[in-house]
Design a protein around this ligand. Sequence first.
Ligand code: ADP
Ligand code: MG
Length: 359
Amino acid sequence: MNNQASPFDDLIDNVIISSPEGLITEINLAALNLLGCGRKEDLLGRPMGKVCRNFSLEKITANLPLENYEMIYVDRREKEIPVHVNITARRDRQAALHSIIFSARDMSKTRTLIYELTQSRKKLESSYADLRASKDDVVRSEKLAFTGRIAASIAHEIRNPLTNVIMSVQRLAKAIKANDPNVKHVEIVLRNAERINYLITELLNCARPPKLDMRACDIHKLLANVLESTRTKIASQKIKVAKRFTSKPAIISIDKEQMERALLNLIINAVEAMPKAGQLTIMTEYNENVFVVKIQDTGKGIPDGDVIRIFDPFFSSKQGGVGLGLAICYGVIVSHHGTIEVESKLKAGTTFTVSLPVR
Ligand SMILES: Nc1ncnc2c1ncn2[C@@H]1O[C@H](COP(=O)(O)OP(=O)(O)O)[C@@H](O)[C@H]1O
Ligand SMILES: [Mg+2]
């Protein structure tokens, strides 16, 4: 007689029933499958210890019923199968133990499921981070586009009358005698008009996506030029400069003037972050088809809350700061199809990483 039918055969759970002495008296098809056995008869009458590694009859009978009890079944090939078992007692009329029912869930399947779930969660989290990053980029370029429209109209409306103001005041300055008490007022007007003119020019620069004049250019030379132009400031603030350039040739196609502007802004910011000495490190390297420039300072760092705002036009934490340097920089890098990232630790320093595709 093969595989005598059991009322438990239809259950998904793996059911084994034992006598109070721990001998198997019944086993359903699911349990038989789990244990890799073909015939119930091979197991009926055998001790539970044959199919369960950590079986202790005393422990179990003393604590019945048991819920989600961890047991390790062993299949025909001695492979261990971790299971969670609900163990209940069947008793006769006199309340004496008649049999013990072991109803098990195979945990290895649950573990696979948990593993798969964890993996999908990780994937979801990473896509969410990507989504957020690209949303930040969209918001940033929208802001720049908006600033651009406003800037263009303001510039148009203000430029011409301002030029007239400046020219007239310059004439007035020439006509006025050096000892005239009004000299200082004329100078104030001139200085401020020129400041407004400068702001408008800067604003226009950051707003209008620059038309690029792409030519092959040695970025290392360009960086050396930028450093040279800030040499006095660097020296007066006792800043040490380290150049760690890749030994490979760094000739890539860029708009030299725009890129110089962008990198100069980054270097000036680094210098301004270290008013009382520090170290400025400029690193370059190739990362596959990308040329990477890192500008690192040991300055004051950027507070966490400010990091998302530093590329915004007019965001500045400096007294008298215009707040357009990074906005301009961002515009230039993005129009080169590059990326700019920042990493900063308060009171420790900041690193800006510019990545430019090499064509
Ligand atoms: N290297 C840096 N270290 C610390 N803060 C920085 C650095 N670079 C930029 N920042 C922060 O970003 C702000 C915006 O920079 P930027 O657009 O160049 O404007 P500005 O230099 O006129 O303030 C700065 O005011 C400063 O708060
Ligand atoms: Mg700046």
